[in-house]
Write a protein that binds this ligand. Structure first.
Ligand SMILES: CC(C)(COP(=O)(O)OP(=O)(O)OC[C@H]1O[C@@H](n2cnc3c(N)ncnc32)[C@H](O)[C@@H]1OP(=O)(O)O)[C@@H](O)C(=O)NCCC(=O)NCCS
Length: 186
């Protein structure tokens, strides 16, 4: 599969513990596997949109979503496999308006067993490069106050905090936290 981009996929990446991973474009046939790991990702992390037990998309929904996304020249979807099993997903995309076509929002999620292995940084580097290849002026993301591991990566790649939305998201314990918007200007 080719994207309107100079980043080369698939690409191999060695995790810090020596395991080999393969980063490749998402395909519609990943829908079934993604439907089984996305609920787990949301249950394992407080830093994703769905609360534990809330993710309820089925394979058909996921397949349609992937089909729509990968048909767009303004979006990219990536999965990472270890031993032939998907363990992470990431992507970026622009809004469907010419007025906003110069930027894209980026996001990623990794199964907890694979946190701290350098993969988040590698995926962000690839997605930032995808934006650069497309001639974007900026890439932005939303994260949650307290997601220090993610913020450390974004900060080291040059993302700056642009805004803080106070009391914006609900934590699992029922309290509220701030959403942080960060962006990278190319
Ligand atoms: C956030 C996430 C994508 C990061 O990916 P990862 O593969 O675990 O991260 P990496 O191993 O590439 O890098 C983590 C970096 O944070 C640093 N770090 C780890 N814990 C940290 C902490 N508590 N405070 C500050 N920095 C921290 C590490 O030292 C490392 O820095 P380095 O690259 O300079 O060595 C991943 O943990 C994840 O999927 N979390 C759940 C979902 C999520 O939060 N997604 C992002 C939503 S905005």
């Amino acid at each position: 599969m080719t994207y309107d981009s100079r980043i080369q996929l698939p690409v191999s990446f060695s995790l810090k513990d020596g395991r080999e991973s393969r980063i490749r474009p998402t395909t519609e046939d990943d829908a079934r596997e993604l439907c089984s790991i996305l609920p787990r990702m949301h249950d394992e992390s407080e830093w994703l949109n769905y609360m534990p037990g809330e993710f309820d998309k089925d394979e058909r929904w996921e397949r349609n979503f992937i089909r729509e996304q990968i048909a767009k020249p303004t979006a990219i979807m990536i999965v990472v496999e270890v031993g032939g099993k998907i363990i992470a997903t990431g992507g970026a995309g622009s809004l469907e308006y010419k007025r906003y076509a110069h930027h894209a929002e980026v996001g990623l999620a990794i199964l907890k067993d694979y946190w701290g292995q350098g993969l988040g940084r590698k995926l962000m580097e690839l997605l930032v490069q995808w934006g650069r290849d497309r001639g974007l002026r900026k890439m932005y993301l939303k994260t949650f106050d307290g997601n220090d591991r993610a913020i450390a990566i974004y900060d080291s790649l040059g993302f700056k905090i642009e805004a803080r939305l106070r009391q914006d998201f609900r934590r699992n314990d029922g309290t509220f936290g701030d959403t942080i918007i960060m962006s990278l200007n190319y």
